[in-house]
Write a protein that binds this ligand. Structure first.
Ligand code: FNR
Length: 369
């Protein structure tokens, strides 16, 4: 028995059952030459499953659209070769007793021409903007929108076909779906622009198409964030009421689990309550939720001064996290950098070997260990 026992109870999330409360947070690693996950990628995820993670959410993997990718060597989630690579990842994770969901991704206007796949294609986004007011790419037409919706649905169907246990839609951090949500980057005057309900139409179409493609019983996780990589202080919703209005249509469209991305899980989301974003999401929608942000670490992953991403951090106490988990504020806990530093983080924590946990260092991103 350790102080962290609550992390190691099984969870029934409706359509998804997991052996414990630990999820691996999606983390782009850019180690897939030719956009195909290779044996090193298989082994990387296998190590985390062997290390005790209940649910692996993969790095962002691009849907089949010409402008989906924003960085070199990101794995695709389409094409025979890439899907065969992912199938090996699925089998390895299952053999090790874990579950796995791919994070389906389109970067929107973050893309610059020259990244493959996609070649010279510019970024696509609601109004051609990655940051408010600055047009850098292509403003999507209705047929572009339809193509991307179809691409997400196709990826989800493929995920189910190759044995994935769920899918996660990347709706966070200022990438394409979030570029529609955010008024800073969505200045459309058609049905996809306007108030947050209208700006959600694109995401709702994706969720409905995905649901249609995977059937009623396959779990759909939706990751969203208030913050944007373009502006850490940005917020989609200023009040619990507004958050409820934003999330309920997504739940009705078919989202089963919300993954609420924050940089510090202990921060209250709104004044007058201790609940974090995940806590509020659970309370407002009744859906299972995943929290994330500096779990087991003493520094958040993006500094406020904008100097360097993925800040280094030392191991830190889990007491606050466990207290919140015991109160059912959230169902799962996603762990990011601590799992890069410690593939066996879950097993170490379960055994109470806190002193053996390594700090997260930036150089750890240089290899896929
Ligand atoms: C990330 N993060 C991230 N998020 C996401 O939704 N899709 C992604 O592909 C990535 N890529 C990524 C790469 C790397 C190297 C890091 C460190 C982070 C964010 C990640 O999922 C998580 O939300 C943050 O890292 C916060 O969790 P930790 O690291 O504080 O536990």
């Amino acid at each position: 028995m350790t102080q962290a026992d609550a992390l190691f109870t099984p969870a029934d999330l409706g359509k998804l059952q997991v052996k414990n409360r630990i999820a691996m947070a999606p983390m782009t690693r850019t180690f897939s030459p030719g956009n195909v996950p290779n044996q090193k990628v298989v082994d990387y995820y296998r190590r985390r499953a062997e290390g005790g993670v209940g649910l692996i959410i993969t790095e962002g993997t691009c849907v089949d659209h010409v402008a989906a990718s924003g960085y070199p060597n990101v794995p695709s989630f389409f094409g025979e070769e890439a899907l065969a690579g992912w199938k090996k990842v699925v089998d390895a994770v299952h053999e090790a007793g874990g579950k796995i969901a791919p994070q389906l991704w389109h970067v929107g206007a973050i893309r610059r021409p020259g990244v493959n796949p996609g070649g010279d294609e510019p970024g696509h986004s609601p109004s051609g903007m990655a940051v408010p007011g600055k047009v850098v790419g292509h403003a999507m037409t209705q047929s572009d929108i339809d193509d991307v919706v179809t691409a997400f649905a196709k990826a989800a169907a493929d995920a189910k076909r190759i044995g994935m246990d769920a899918i996660e839609i990347h709706g966070a951090h200022g990438y394409l779906v979030d570029q529609f949500f955010w008024d800073g980057t969505n200045q459309r005057d058609d049905q996809y622009g306007g108030d947050l309900a209208a700006r959600s139409k694109f995401a709702l179409e994706i969720v409905r198409a995905v649901r249609e493609a995977v059937g009623p019983d396959f779990p759909i996780i939706f990751r969203y964030s208030q913050w944007k990589q373009q502006n850490y202080e940005a917020r989609l919703c200023e009040t619990p009421e507004a958050l409820g209005d934003f999330l309920k249509p997504l739940a009705e469209a078919g989202v089963d689990i919300f993954h609420c991305s924050t940089r510090r899980f202990w921060q209250p989301e709104f004044e007058g309550s201790d609940l974090n974003l995940a806590g509020w999401t659970k309370k407002l929608t009744g859906k299972p939720v995943i929290t994330v942000g500096s779990v087991g670490l003493n520094a958040d992953f993006l500094p406020n001064d904008g100097t360097a991403n993925f800040r280094e951090a030392e191991p830190a106490s889990l007491d606050n996290l466990i207290e919140r988990l015991e109160k059912d504020e959230f169902d799962l806990v996603a762990v990011g950098r601590a799992l890069i530093a410690n593939p066996d983080w879950a097993n170490e924590v379960q055994a109470g070997r806190f002193d053996d946990l390594k700090a997260y260092e930036k150089d750890m991103l240089k290899a896929l260990v």
